[in-house]
Design a protein around this ligand. Structure first.
Ligand SMILES: [Ca+2]
Ligand SMILES: [Ca+2]
Ligand SMILES: [Ca+2]
Ligand SMILES: [Ca+2]
Length: 143
């Protein structure tokens, strides 16, 4: 019955879901072609449009002030700072669509546990509590 809310959760990508129900909803929201899993393109699409929307002055990136407006908070709000830290890959104080896409692509790679290029609901669920580096699990701690 959650199909009714598909449209409303598409942009809610900042907070990663907790639990299977949330993961199922997240998958449904991301799965634009409704084939039951999330492709890389589907996974990065929401953050691209989100950053583009945040960029009110259309200079190609969302800075702290613009992110603050989007979050309805001040630019020093922890959520805003965290968003910047996460997505501002070159640390120039602004998040471009490309940076957001790249961050999400890295995240996709982490979540895609079986490396089939698609995220299934269990992979989304497993990723809810995980932040980085699936490469670590296969390597004994070298350096
Ligand atoms: Ca899909
Ligand atoms: Ca801007
Ligand atoms: Ca940047
Ligand atoms: Ca997969």
């Amino acid at each position: 019955m959650w199909t009714a809310m598909l449209g409303t959760v598409v942009l809610a990508t900042g907070a990663f879901a907790q639990g299977d129900d949330r993961s199922a909803k997240m998958l449904a929201a991301l799965d634009r072609d409704k084939n039951g899993d999330v492709s890389l393109e589907e996974y990065v699409a929401p953050i691209k449009s989100r950053v583009a929307l945040m960029d009110k002055n259309k200079d190609g990136q969302a800075n702290a002030a613009e992110i603050g407006v989007a979050f309805k908070k001040g630019e020093t709000d922890p959520g805003v700072v965290k968003f910047l830290q996460r997505f501002d890959l070159n640390k120039d104080g602004g998040v471009t669509v490309t940076e957001a896409e790249e961050y999400r692509a890295q995240r996709f790679d982490v979540l895609d546990a079986n490396d089939d290029g698609k995220l299934a609901v269990d992979e989304l669920a497993a990723g809810a509590g995980r932040t980085a580096d699936k490469s670590d699990k296969s390597k004994p701690s070298s350096q």
